[in-house]
Design a protein around this ligand. Structure first.
Ligand code: AMP
Ligand code: GLY
Length: 423
């Protein structure tokens, strides 16, 4: 089989790595890929939002399956565009992808399917949103409706902050169209966890729980990032709670979408907050998380391609999603300054030494390969990932590996996994 992976982050390196282990696969292409994906296939210079070029490439190269890494191509309708050419795509159609592409759609779908989520209201008018915020008081959460590269959520501690966020989104339009509509919702308190499932219509197969670290600084301080590290399983969501949690947050969504004639295929990712009243859904993503994908795929002990094919062929119950018992952890090494401005082009050394440690895999994210050198080219540069007998052992290995890698102005959090160790 020939597979095209769309995307360019650490998640896509992990996908290409895992896909390359499948005996079913003869060739892998990654569009546009990075310095790491080229180790498992051929990078193709097409951006993830260039649907015509992606479809054309898939057609001309007789691709058997397209795997969409990020949400953007899915929201833009890559599944439908490929379907016209008879090419299957692992990922949902544009309607279901709105679970991530539109916060208002997502919240309304949660309400319609009785999934626990924070009380909310949707606004198209700045004055009305402002009045609502002033009535409700702080803390309160303001979310731009559309895709805003992970920056469209403001957890406001004061009414002034919330009004400023509304002004930025609705008046100044800092996120363009994405902020013309906003969701305003109650602020929840608790610990977060990520819960992902392979889905095909109303069938699903669960992945183990994971926990991301969104804030840039140790102790969850500073601005939010795409994620500075993750590990699996997350003790806050133990295995004996997976089935009932899925009944609460996965099953009702799949059922509603199937009833609407828009069945969901791909990965459904529930971002959960564990409040005093139990889990509440903060958001859905319609793809693997980045960096959650890296530790999750390290634990996957079976053929990923077989599972993806079973999803697109609507026979998911036929396959078993087997997992390693060990714990895995991914520590992101970023370019100093991220998520603000940062430099590019620094040479990265020490991969080989790091990967000599048993159970360690270095996934590349913001990297390019030029003239025999691997250079930094993005904010999140590497995801240093390790498997260990338990969280403590995995963490120790991951940080030993991090210590062997260097590039100018490298930054990483030293406390990835600590929350889980405290449990
Ligand atoms: P989202 O993109 O909706 O997941 O939001 C990004 C981050 O904002 C989440 O991971 C949470 O840390 C935070 N967040 C979102 N919604 C809420 C909420 N209702 N209460 C508190 N924090 C929230
Ligand atoms: N790590 C969070 C996300 O992928 O959205």
């Amino acid at each position: 089989m020939k597979i095209l992976v769309v995307g360019s982050g650490g998640r896509e390196h992990a996908l290409a790595w895992k896909i390359s282990q499948s005996p079913k696969v003869s060739e892998i292409f990654i569009a546009p890929g990075n310095g790491g994906t080229r180790l498992h296939g051929t990078n193709v210079d097409i951006q993830d939002d260039d649907l015509p070029a992606l479809v054309n490439f898939a057609k001309e190269n007789q691709i058997d399956l397209v795997v969409a890494g990020p949400e953007l191509p899915l929201v833009l309708g890559i599944k439908e565009a490929l379907a016209k050419e008879g090419i299957p795509c692992f990922g949902p159609g544009a309607y279901a992808a709105n679970l991530e592409g539109s916060k208002a759609f997502s919240k309304i779908t949660m309400r319609d399917s009785r999934v626990p989520t924070a009380p909310f209201q949707v606004f198209d008018e700045y004055e009305q949103a402002k009045k609502f915020v002033e009535e409700k008081g702080a803390p309160i959460v303001v979310k731009a409706d559309g895709l805003a590269a992970g920056k469209g959520v403001v957890v406001a501690r004061t009414v002034e902050q919330a009004v400023e966020a509304l002004d930025d989104m609705m008046v100044k339009k800092v996120f363009g169209n994405a902020g013309e509509r906003v969701v305003v919702e109650e602020a929840l308190k608790g610990e977060e966890a990520s819960f992902l499932a392979f889905c095909a219509g109303e069938d699903y197969a669960l992945l183990p729980s994971a926990q991301d670290h969104k804030a840039v600084g140790e102790g969850d301080t500073g601005p939010n990032t795409g994620g500075m590290g993750a590990y699996s399983p997350a003790p806050i969501l133990p295995r004996d709670k997976y089935a009932e949690t899925a009944e609460l947050v996965i099953k009702p969504i799949l059922k509603l979408l199937a009833e609407r004639g828009e069945p969901f295929t791909g990965i459904l990712y529930a971002g959960l907050m564990y409040t005093e009243d139990g889990p509440s859904v903060l958001e859905y993503n319609v793809r693997f998380g980045d960096p959650e994908c890296q530790p999750l795929l390290m634990r996957l002990d079976c053929d990923l391609v077989e599972i993806m094919l079973a999803c697109v062929e609507n026979r998911l119950p036929e396959v078993e999603v087997k997992l390693k018992e060990e714990t895995s952890i991914c520590v992101v090494m970023a370019a100093g300054g991220y998520p603000g401005s940062y430099e590019k082009g620094a040479e990265i050394t020490g991969f080989e030494e790091a990967e000599k440690i048993e159970g360690v895999k270095v996934f590349q994210a913001g990297t390019t390969y030029e003239d025999g050198k691997t250079l930094t080219s993005g904010g999140r540069v590497l995801g240093v990932t390790a498997l260990g007998a338990d969280l403590g052992a995995a963490q120790k290995k991951a940080y030993e590996a991090v210590a062997k890698i260097s590039f100018d102005k490298a930054y990483f959090r030293r406390d990835i996994g600590n929350k889980g160790l405290k449990k």
